[in-house]
Design a protein. Structure first.
Length: 130
């Protein structure tokens, strides 16, 4: 028997859809509710790092209890993001690829020549590009 390649994004998305359907949760999985839940879970991930120094934060995964919490919160964030994407019809990998491509144009490597980025009409976060 060939070794499993592991879970796929589409396979996990489908499992989440089936999980919610089996529990009749679809009426509650609106874009607004899923975006709210995603924000809550991201806040719970942040809470693990709240008040830690940068040095302490860089060693969080060395502590088995904290590492377990980080993995659980990452899973919750990803689960709600996938469910949100399903609800609004966004392919997360395609969206991410397009965003990276736009950021590569907007924020070229130092010393590289690139066309002028389009005017944004406001402040731009260089990390997210928004």
């Amino acid at each position: 028997m060939a070794p499993s390649a592991g879970p796929t994004l589409e396979g996990l998305r489908q499992r989440l859809t089936e999980f919610a359907a089996a529990r009749r949760w679809e009426p509650f999985h609106t874009p607004k509710n899923l975006a709210s839940a995603l924000t809550v879970e991201a806040g719970e991930l942040l809470e693990i790092f709240q008040w830690l120094t940068p040095e302490q934060a860089s060693t969080v995964m060395a502590d088995p209890d904290r590492a377990h919490r980080v993995r659980d919160e990452v899973a919750d964030v990803l689960a709600y993001l996938l469910q949100f994407c399903t609800a609004v019809g966004v392919d997360p990998l395609t969206a991410l690829e397009a965003k990276i491509e736009r950021n590569e144009l907007r924020f070229p490597r130092p010393g590289a020549t690139a066309p002028e980025p389009p005017a944004t009409g406001g402040d731009v976060n260089p990390v997210s590009g928004s």
